[in-house]
Structure formats: structure tokens, C-alpha cells
Design a protein around this ligand. Structure first.
Ligand code: HAS
Ligand code: HEM
Length: 578
């Protein structure tokens, strides 16, 4: 790979990773605030909710989106062997960078303390929303102008052949991305930007939350599926050097099940909201349990691929039930095996993330854990676990290939994911157990519940908060090890031609399954399910029951920052009466 497309892909990796340093820093600040080690509303000029917003937005909106686009570009380039268009790539990259910088300005200037979920009635500076919109627009451009045309051309040239699995997964994922953006774009364009610009003074917060979560849960699968692509294509190969994926059809079926079940689930974030009828929430609860199924199939297929590959290479463990686990190269410097550490550490974390996800999803059990630290415990082992580890691993891999450099400080790069795994596991334990005992999320507990001088003091939470500081320290250490290897590699001399290639496992079972290669029917059913599952909820929050518009608020003051409509109307009525 040469020329400007290479520069763009490298930019899509290095730019968000530089920002991730701030993102991780603010994660560490969070544990310090919550344990009362920082007993203040701000630190070094950054306020508590400002830091929490920076942490969430950088880590799960900017970092994930840009790495997914970079990985997608590399996947399409390598597997389809068709060039990407430099103009398309530059427009996409620059939109993402400019958008991110606009949103970053608003956040750093303290004008967007609205958290990464940014739904109403919290309201930010317009630069935050417009910046986020540019980032999202930039991220879909490669799909329309590079990936889809190349995919169509490839299919014409290879009639009857299956498109490579990695391309299939990334394509499905990005089409899902475009669909899930629809509700959040409606929210941003018709509710948030108009209020933020002062064009309207009130809007409906229940509607805003419902539109946000119609995007906010599917988006977790947008983060997850690229990691699954790596688990299906790369991991089985590198675990022994000549391993195989257990079943190609199972992998494709998994991606298609996500197409069906990722959308009708958002109400599981709103179980506690009185404005939506319970039975619709229950329907979303059932679909949520349904969306766990493709992950259970993945657990089976990945484990079967590992078992098959290890047992083929080491006949001495062929008859063992569990002993073959010991042959997995958890820590190995040989060839590409260092990447195994990232995937295995991620998988072990995801097992916990899956269990806690099912706890969250179980309607009545959710009432115990909702809005407690149980929830951040859950998602630091999903998006902060498997997803981040896979993305860190693949970023290091792609940078070394694209720049033609050897991986430097490989020893640190191999230990890093295990430190991350250990830290996140402890963090998850501390947050989840404390959460079951009521420890709240999104709260500066150091100046309230964990402050012995406060009437709110809850000593039973102190130990868990302190344990999460210890965990945070281990995770940060893991990140530093990774960063030394990453930047060491970038600044080392070039030793070979720049290229992009991915180790790819052939499939053991590779049947032709035409139904799994036609995307359109799956997406039609998916959109229908999405719309049908949301019609009653949207009706509830706009037309039925208790619904009303509200003025906007910021995080500092419980008084409205936009003028209430009713006051304006009152004035007009009074004026008319006069
Ligand atoms: Fe979640 C809240 C339910 C998956 C992220 N989730 C969140 C939030 C985030 C998030 C960010 O139902 C917080 C939003 C906020 O700020 O309020 N989640 C689920 C369920 C799943 C799930 C049922 N979540 C994810 C993934 C995420 C993510 C993936 C990011 C990438 N989540 C919820 C619910 C809430 C929620 C409620 C709202 C809570 C509330 O009250 O606010 C499922 O998709 C999980 C399925 C996963 C599995 C695990 C399979 C295991 C595998 C590993 C196998 C290991 C192997 C190793 C093979 C069933 C694949 C073998 C090793 C050998 C040696 C052999
Ligand atoms: C929130 C710690 C890394 C995503 C938090 C919170 C803490 C924390 C303590 C606040 C919980 C609350 O009060 O609700 C850390 C530490 C990290 C780390 C110590 C590593 C050193 C990550 C990573 C990701 C991530 C890698 C994702 C890629 C999030 C998100 C939130 C969050 C989305 C929610 C923000 C919100 O509620 O608005 N983190 N985190 N974190 N973290 Fe992390």
C-alpha cells in the first residue's frame, strides 16, 4: 500500500489513539473522584462531569468509530484487492477529524457537559452536535463510495463465490450503522440543534431519550462486530499458525442474527421510565435475550475453532477434554502470536460482560442494578474489554504492516492485554458488587456518599471504590505498556515494504448456504422489526399518557437554561389580552 490512502488509514488509527490518551486519563480521574482521593468538583481545571463526558465520548464515540473505519478500509483493500478512492478517503477522514475537533473544543471549553449519551434535557453548545454529526457523516462515506461499489464489482467478477468473511462482516456492520443512525440524526437535527441554537425553547425529553436509545444499544454491536470479524478470521489462524475456523456458515449466520436482533432492543435502557407501556418494554426484553444468542453461537464457534486448531497441531492433547487449553499461546513472541493475547484476554472479559448483560436485560432484575455502578462494570468488560483490546491489538498490527516496521517492545505488547484483563476484572468485580449494594453511577461520590463528613456517608461502599482505584492503576499500566510498543513501533526505522495483509483462517466446514449470502431480505425484515417495535413506544412518548416538552438544562444548575415555552406563551397571551 502506498500513497495517500495509506496516509489516511494511518491517520484514522493514530489520531483517535492520541485522543484515547486523554480518554484513559479521564477514566483514571473518575476512579480517583469516586473514591474520594480527589475530593473536589474539578481537577486541573476540568470539572467532574466534563471529565466524564470526555472519557465517554472519546473512548466510545471517537476511538471506536475511527478505528472501525480504518479496519474496514484495510479489510476491503486486502480481501477484494480493489483500490480505494483517495478523494473519498480524504473527505471521509477530514470530516471525521474536523467534527471531532469541534466536539472536543466544546467539551474542553466546558460547553458540553452532557455525557456521551447527550440526550435532552441536558443541552450543549451547537459545536458539540454539529461536530458529532460531521464525525458520523465522515464515517459512512467509505461505505457508499468505496466499499459498496467495490463489493458490487467483486460480486460481478466472482459469480457464485462467497464474498470473503471479513468483508461480509464489515459490510453488514456498516449497513447496520447507517440504519441505527436514523433515530439519533432525527433527535439531533429536530430536537437538540434547534434548542441549542435557540430556535425553539422546549422539546420532549422522553422522545429524545427514546430516539437516543434506539441508536444507543444497536451501536454496541457496531463496536462488537469488527472484534468478531477478527475472532473468526484472524484468531483461529494465528493460534497455531495453520489453524482453521470451525464453521464459515455459523459465522455468517451470527452476523445476520445481529442484523435481525440488534434494533428492537433499546427499551431495555428505559425499563424504569414511566412514560412507556410495560408490555412493549417486555417485548424488547425478549429481543434482548434474543440478541445474546449470536454471541452464544460465537462463544461456541470460537472455542470449537481453538480446540480444532490446537488438537490438529498437538496430537498429544487430542483426547483431552480441557488439557488442550494449556497449548493456547497466551503469551508468545513468535510471529503474529502476540495478537492471541489481545483476543484471549478480551474473550475472558467478554464472558463476564455477557453474564452481566443478561442480568441487565432481565426486566425485573434490572430494577436492582439500573443506574448503579453495576452498569459501568458491565460495559467495561464489553466495550472496555473485548472491543478495546481487539482494537488496540489490531491498531498495533496495522501500523506495523502499513509502515513496514517491526513491532518494538513486543514483550510489553504481549503483557499489556493481560494487565488490562486483570485490571478490568477487578474493576468489574468492585463496580458490580458495589452496584448490587446500591453504589450509584455517574456520581461524584468522593464529595458525597464516600465523604465521612457528609450526612450521606455510606461506609460499606468505601472498600469497593478503593479497589477500583487499584484496578484503574493496573489498567493504566497495561495501556502504558501498549503505548510504549505502539509509539516505539511508529518511530522505529522502516525495515520492509509497506503492505496490508491479515492472517486468515480457512474454514473447516465451508458449505454453500445461499440464504446466508443474500443480504437484502435480512435487512428488510430487520427494518420492519425495528419500526414495528418502536411505533408503540414513540406513540406513548408523544401522544399518550404523561408527556410534555421541557426547557434545556446544564449539569450545574437545576434551573432551565432555555426560556420555558409556557412563559413565552404567557407573555404573548398577556400582550394580546392588553
Ligand atoms: Fe450492554 C448497558 C444488555 C452486550 C455496552 N451495555 C450497556 C451500556 C453499554 C453497553 C455501553 O438489557 C451502558 C449504557 C449507558 O450508559 O447507560 N448488553 C446487554 C446484553 C448484551 C450486551 C444482553 N453491551 C453489550 C456489548 C457492549 C455493551 C457487546 C459493547 C460492546 N446492556 C444491556 C442492558 C443495559 C446495557 C440491559 C442497560 C442497563 C441499564 O439498566 O442501564 C449481550 O449482547 C451480551 C451477549 C454476550 C454473551 C457472551 C458470550 C461469550 C463469549 C466469550 C466466550 C469465551 C471464549 C473463550 C470462547 C452471551 C463470546 C474460551 C476459552 C477457552 C480457553 C476455550
Ligand atoms: C465511565 C473508569 C477505560 C468507557 C467510567 C467511570 C469510571 C471509569 C470510574 C465512571 C462510572 C460512573 O460513575 O458511572 C475507567 C478506567 C479506565 C476506563 C479506570 C481505564 C484506565 C474505559 C474504556 C472505555 C470506557 C477503554 C471504552 C472504550 C466508559 C464509558 C463510561 C465510562 C462509556 C460512561 C460514561 C458516562 O456514564 O457518561 N469509566 N474507564 N472506559 N467509561 Fe471508563
Amino acid at each position: 500500500v502506498e500513497g495517500s490512502v495509506k496516509t489516511v488509514i494511518l491517520g484514522e488509527i493514530i489520531f483517535p489513539i492520541v485522543l484515547l490518551i486523554f480518554g484513559i486519563y479521564h477514566g483514571f480521574m473518575q476512579v480517583l473522584y469516586r473514591a474520594g482521593i480527589i475530593k473536589d468538583m474539578s481537577f486541573l481545571g476540568i470539572e467532574y462531569y466534563q471529565g466524564l463526558t470526555l472519557h465517554g465520548v472519546i473512548n466510545v464515540i471517537v476511538f471506536t468509530t475511527m478505528i472501525i473505519v480504518a479496519f474496514g478500509n484495510a479489510v476491503f483493500l486486502y480481501y477484494l484487492k480493489k483500490p480505494l478512492r483517495p478523494a473519498v478517503q480524504w473527505v471521509s477522514f477530514l470530516l471525521m477529524v474536523v467534527g471531532t475537533l469541534m466536539a472536543a473544543w466544546a467539551m474542553f471549553a466546558g460547553k458540553a457537559n452532557v455525557l456521551y449519551t447527550f440526550y435532552y434535557p441536558l443541552i450543549a453548545h451547537p459545536a458539540f452536535y454539529i461536530g458529532a454529526a460531521l464525525l458520523l457523516v465522515g464515517s459512512v462515506i467509505p461505505l457508499f463510495f468505496d466499499w459498496a461499489p467495490n463489493y458490487i464489482a467483486w460480486r460481478k467478477e466472482h459469480p457464485g463465490e462467497k464474498v470473503p468473511l471479513a468483508v461480509f462482516g464489515m459490510l453488514v456492520n456498516h449497513i447496520m450503522w447507517v440504519i441505527m443512525l436514523v433515530p439519533v440524526v432525527i433527535e439531533v437535527v429536530f430536537q437538540l440543534i434547534p434548542v441549542s441554537l435557540g430556535l425553539i425553547s422546549e422539546t420532549n425529553p422522553s422522545l429524545s431519550r427514546t430516539l437516543f436509545w434506539a441508536f444507543g444499544h444497536p451501536v454496541v454491536y457496531f463496536w462488537l462486530l469488527p472484534a468478531y470479524v477478527m475472532l473468526y478470521t484472524i484468531l483461529p489462524k494465528i493460534v497455531t499458525g495453520e489453524g482453521k475456523l470451525y464453521s464459515d456458515s455459523a459465522a455468517r449466520f451470527v452476523f445476520l442474527l445481529f442484523v435481525l436482533f440488534s434494533f428492537p432492543v433499546g427499551l431495555h435502557h428505559q425499563y424504569t421510565e414511566p412514560g412507556i407501556t410495560n408490555s412493549y418494554k417486555l417485548i424488547h426484553a425478549f429481543f434482548t435475550l434474543g440478541v445474546a444468542v449470536p454471541s452464544l453461537i460465537t462463544a461456541f464457534t470460537v472455542a470449537a475453532s481453538l480446540e480444532y486448531s490446537i488438537k490438529s497441531k498437538y496430537p498429544e492433547v487430542r483426547n483431552s477434554l480441557f488439557y488442550w487449553w494449556t497449548k493456547i499461546p497466551y503469551i508468545s513472541l513468535e510471529g503474529d502470536k502476540w495478537l492471541v493475547s489481545y483476543f484471549m484476554a478480551g474473550l475472558f472479559l467478554f464472558l463476564v460482560g455477557g453474564i452481566t448483560g443478561i442480568v441487565n436485560a432481565s426486566y425485573n432484575v434490572n430494577l436492582v442494578v439500573h443506574n448503579t455502578s453495576f452498569v459501568p462494570g458491565h460495559f467495561h468488560t464489553t466495550v472496555g474489554g473485548l472491543v478495546t483490546l481487539s482494537f488496540l491489538g489490531i491498531s498495533l498490527y496495522m501500523v506495523s504492516k502499513l509502515m513496514g516496521k517491526d513491532i518494538k517492545f513486543k514483550g510489553l505488547a504481549v503483557i499489556a492485554p493481560w494487565l488490562w484483563w486483570q485490571g478490568m476484572l477487578i474493576f468489574e468485580y468492585a463496580m458490580s458488587v458495589a452496584g448490587i449494594h446500591g453504589f450509584p453511577r455517574r456520581t461524584n461520590t468522593g464529595i458525597s456518599y464516600l465523604n465521612p463528613d457528609s450526612p450521606l456517608y455510606r461506609p460499606e461502599w468505601v472498600g469497593y471504590a478503593e479497589l477500583s482505584v487499584f484496578a484503574g492503576f493496573i489498567i493504566v499500566l497495561g495501556f502504558v505498556f501498549w503505548a510504549i510498543s505502539f509509539f516505539g513501533t511508529i518511530f522505529s526505522p522502516k525495515v520492509r515494504e509497506s503492505t496490508i495483509e491479515f492472517p486468515t483462517a480457512p474454514a473447516l466446514h465451508d458449505e454453500k448456504a445461499p440464504a446466508l449470502n443474500r443480504l437484502t431480505p435480512w435487512f428488510i425484515v430487520s427494518v420492519l422489526l425495528f419500526v414495528l417495535s418502536y411505533v408503540p413506544a414513540i406513540y406513548d412518548v408523544t401522544k399518550r399518557g404523561v408527556f410534555f416538552d421541557s426547557p434545556g438544562y446544564n449539569d450545574k444548575n437545576p434551573t432551565p437554561i432555555t426560556k420555558p415555552q409556557s412563559a413565552k406563551e404567557d407573555q404573548r397571551n398577556t400582550a394580546e389580552a392588553k
